[in-house]
Design a protein around this ligand. Structure first.
Ligand code: ADP
Ligand code: ZN
Ligand code: MG
Length: 480
């Protein structure tokens, strides 16, 4: 049996975050709205209505294209993609065909391997702009249409057939999602349908030059579904070839419940859609100055940020990547690092305590009540020995809960650390006097008892003793 190689190309649709729809003034924020309340003659396709291009949607598409290292324009033409479906009242979707807004780019993904991470470049064929369709709900005996979603701007991002495993497809989607979120172009939330993926997959015997026949899989509602569907399809196609059969080019759906792909359509090609230039919209001429202005607005992307956190702030690469992954978290971290002047400790606190509390309470960074200034003030209380680390964690949890200042909480709970040598010396003397046998054993060479004594003294001071001072006093006292 030959060894087979997997070939994957992905088509991703992402709803663009704009206030209004792609070709009309209806609000694009329809979540939770009653059906057919975000509609007008344009998105309901009433005769005589005419589309107007949403400038913000074009700009966000260009931003995405720039982040994906694409060539922009210089000319983009909207095209009619003709097909009949109940959620598409016009009988065609306005899309882009021969001249998309952005083309010929790439994205770098990281795939973990034995020696760390391998970086691989995935080609981006095109990034174009189109409109979303309405939504059908099938009830017993009837189908209901809601046009609130019809005409919402959609970004379509098509890759070259460059991925070689479901893991690479997963890494690509992860990276793409992160970038779209960073740019504020899309929420890219797959579970909510704001990002959708169609996976094209084929197999070929290793060594064969041309690709095998591909199958397209739709209805993939999560990263997990993409990986599972691809794994399933690869195994199925290999089995077909091994039994002497031929893979047929079809469009399949992913049946989540049964974990299998099912044929939806057998024949479909670009010709069937009878694409032609949209006569109601002029070709878009993209001025280089416009692209330059948008390029200047590109934020630093997660990869570059990770590298900077390592190089400039001395963070561990793993912490740097964690903090850079989300734009809000990265900004918060940088603010705390700036306020405190100690990036490494700030990184430890955020990836440790803060993430833990955020997870438990399912709170997003935007809703965190601890201001960077209060955060830095707490770090200073620890750095100057005014409270110990355990107390600091208690205070931090209260700050997280209430947004109060650390000084106030420390005072209220009486947590201020005791560094006064006289007070601590008394505690040390009391403990050593209480345990003469242990003290004798320690002097006899059982050095591990030192930490036990340290614990006893800390308990004596109700956790408020400054450990460094206690340690010094204890060493002296135990020498006898
Ligand atoms: P179609 O004309 O069927 O839409 P395209 O050439 O436009 O096909 O490609 C659609 C997607 O399928 C792209 O992401 C592309 O990378 C991918 N693709 C093309 N050929 C193959 C193949 N043989 N195996 C896997 N993916 C493929
Ligand atoms: Zn409308
Ligand atoms: Mg195609």
């Amino acid at each position: 049996m030959p060894i087979y190689e997997t070939i994957i190309g992905l088509e991703v649709h992402a709803q663009i975050l704009t206030r209004s729809k792609m070709f009309c003034a209806c609000s694009a924020d329809y979540a939770g709205a009653a059906p057919n309340t975000h509609v007008c003659p344009v998105c309901m396709a009433l005769p005589g209505s005419l589309p107007v291009i949403n400038r913000a949607a074009v700009e966000k598409t260009i931003l995405a294209g720039l982040a994906l290292h694409c060539t922009i324009g210089p000319e983009a033409v909207f095209a009619r993609k003709n097909y009949h479906y109940a959620d598409l009242p016009k009988g065609y979707q306005i899309s882009q065909y021969e001249l998309p807004l952005c083309h010929d780019g790439w994205i770098e993904i990281e795939i973990p391997n034995e020696t760390g991470n391998r970086v691989k470049r995935i080609g981006i064929t095109r990034v174009h702009l189109e409109e979303d369709t309405g939504k059908l709900t099938h009830t017993g005996g009837a189908s209901l249409v809601d046009l609130n979603r019809a005409g919402v701007p959609l970004l379509e991002i098509v890759t070259e057939p460059d991925m070689r495993s479901p893991e690479e497809a997963h890494a690509y989607l992860t990276m793409l999602q992160r970038i779209l979120r960073y740019l504020g172009v899309s929420t890219a939330d797959m579970e909510k349908g704001a990002m959708r993926c169609e996976a094209n997959v084929s197999v070929r015997p290793v060594g064969q030059a041309q690709f095998g026949t591909k199958v397209e899989v739709k209805n993939l509602n999560s990263f997990r579904a993409v990986v599972q569907a691809l794994e399933y399809e690869v195994a199925r196609q290999i089995a077909v070839l091994e039994s002497g059969g031929k893979v047929v080019q079809v469009t399949m759906g992913w049946d989540e419940a049964h974990g299998r792909t099912v044929v939806q359509r057998t024949k479909e090609s670009a010709d069937d859609y009878r694409y032609f230039p949209e006569p109601d919209l002029p070709p878009l001429v993209i001025e280089p100055a416009w692209v330059e202005a948008l390029a200047a607005r590109l934020p630093e992307l997660p990869d570059a940020k990770t590298r900077r956190f390592v190089a400039e702030l001395g963070l561990h690469p793993r912490d740097a990547a964690l903090l850079a992954e989300d734009r809000g978290i990265a900004e918060y971290f940088e603010a705390v690092a700036r306020e405190s002047g100690d990036a490494k400790t700030a990184a430890n606190w955020i990836t440790g305590e803060l993430f833990r509390l955020m997870n438990t309470a399912t709170v997003e960074i935007a809703a965190v009540k601890i201001t960077p200034a209060a955060f830095a003030a707490l770090m200073r209380l620890v750095a100057t020995g005014q409270i110990n680390l355990n107390s600091a964690k208690r205070v931090f949890a209260i700050m997280f809960e209430t947004g109060r200042s650390p000084d106030e909480i420390v005072q209220e709970l009486g947590l201020a650390q005791v560094s006064d040598a006289d007070v601590l010396a008394a505690a040390v003397a009391a403990v050593v006097a209480r345990y003469p046998d242990e003290a004798a054993k320690y002097r006899g060479g059982k050095e591990t008892l030192f930490n036990w004594f340290l614990g006893q003294v800390m308990r004596e001071t109700r956790g408020k003793g400054n450990p460094a001072v206690v340690r010094e006093l204890l060493a002296k006292a135990l020498k006898g």
